[in-house]
Design a protein around this ligand. Structure first.
Ligand SMILES: *Cc1c(COP(=O)(O)O)cnc(C)c1O
Length: 368
């Protein structure tokens, strides 16, 4: 591991491999694995991560938007890619890069078929998503007769999978809700599949679903956060290794007398003398103002250094009054301690938001 001399996001591919191996070990050997690499692989580096995941034989990738899939193709990724939330304006680009759309409404289904027919395509792979309780994106069960009638009139597309998404798979107090979602999904699949001339795959589980609902693994599972090292509970976290460490360095140390203030708008007034370290990262890097004023902390030589005053665009100041350290020393923003989850919790958010909010300007360093 490098000692950071600037702000660096270290990405540990061995930890990624550990997490994927664990997730695969709790599914049947015949269950396919879809690696969710949307939003720069949760703030990491989608191209590096997808290329590495291809060597681990993942079956599918998922991204949110067509443009993200285009970037994977430009990086040389050849595995099938499901685009979870495409808009019709991007359909030609999607087809150009052999990306596979999630078709989630009658409108988007008809629009995709029109584009595919104009392009002269036959049996183009598509996926149909059903809303089973999240009430976000997807067909309802009532749409099934209309879907079947639309599908019977075209050769342009072929439905390779039916899927749905769990809304509370991490929350065992909501088990009944989740079991109802699973039942509703099975019901949709049973109404559709016998009326198609082929059998689409079924998939429903995200990371917490994979862990908590083995009965809902179906033909494929979809994991994002687990691959990157987090479950949705302490219990789940034991199985994962976080793949990301955000490191930075002490640019300058200030000895501030009582009565002075630190940062913009005099965010912190010193009642007593204070020693601060200024670090080269700020809200433009994804460490938002919510972390300021004593809420968030970083680790210097394993000790907690709370953020002093307001987070600036490109800098934060931290309290090192009781920490033995020098200019140039390494700082851990999150990694082993604090973990990304602990750091996120100080600003009332979750690891998903912290990780995906990290700016692309932070240098990525890949550990192989
Ligand atoms: C983001 C996403 C996932 C991945 O969820 P994790 O909780 O990160 O494993 C799976 N499926 C869909 C539809 C998603 O949007």
């Amino acid at each position: 591991m490098l000692k950071a001399q600037e702000t660096l996001l270290e990405i540990d591919l061995k930890a990624l491999k550990h997490n994927v191996t664990y997730l695969k070990s709790i599914t049947e050997s015949t269950t396919k694995f879809m690696a969710v690499v949307k939003s720069y692989a949760y703030g990491n580096d989608a191209a590096e991560i997808a290329k590495f995941l291809e060597t681990l034989d993942v079956d599918y990738f998922a991204v949110a938007y067509t443009y993200e899939g285009e970037q994977l193709r430009h990086a040389g990724v050849s595995t099938p890619v499901l685009v979870l939330h495409p808009q019709s304006v991007s359909f030609n680009l999607l087809i150009k890069h052999c990306l596979e759309p999630n078709l989630y409404s009658l409108k988007i289904l008809n629009e995709f078929i029109a584009t595919a027919e104009t392009a002269g395509l036959t049996h183009y792979p598509v996926h149909l998503k059903f809303n089973t309780g999240l009430n976000r994106l997807g067909f309802s069960e009532n749409d099934i007769p209309e879907i079947l009638s639309i599908l019977s009139r075209t050769e342009a597309i072929r439905v390779v999978s039916l899927f749905s998404h769990l809304g509370a798979s991490e929350d065992l107090n909501e088990k009944e809700f989740t079991l109802n979602q699973i039942k509703a999904f099975k019901n949709c699949a049973e109404k559709l599949t016998p009326n198609l001339p082929y059998t689409p795959m079924l998939h429903m589980c995200n990371t917490s679903g994979i862990i908590n609902y083995p009965e809902a693994h179906f033909d494929m599972v979809r994991s994002g956060i687990g691959m990157y090292g987090f479950g949705n509970s302490e219990e789940e976290n034991r199985h994962f290794k976080p793949i990301t460490t955000l490191k930075t360095v002490i640019s300058q140390i200030h000895h501030i007398p009582a009565g002075q203030s630190v940062g913009y708008n005099r965010g912190h007034i010193c009642d007593t003398p204070l020693i601060t370290a200024t670090l080269p990262l700020g809200h433009a890097d994804g460490i938002g103002r919510e972390y300021g004023n004593g809420k968030g902390f970083v680790a210097i030589n394993g000790q907690k250094a709370p953020i002093v005053g307001n987070t600036c665009m490109d800098m934060i100041m931290v309290d090192i009054t009781n920490i033995d350290c020098q200019e140039g020393d390494e700082v851990i923003v999150f990694g082993d301690f604090p973990t990304a989850e602990e750091f996120a919790a100080t600003a009332n958010t979750i690891s998903y938001e912290l990780l995906t909010g990290l700016s692309q300007r932070i240098k990525r360093s890949i550990l192989r």
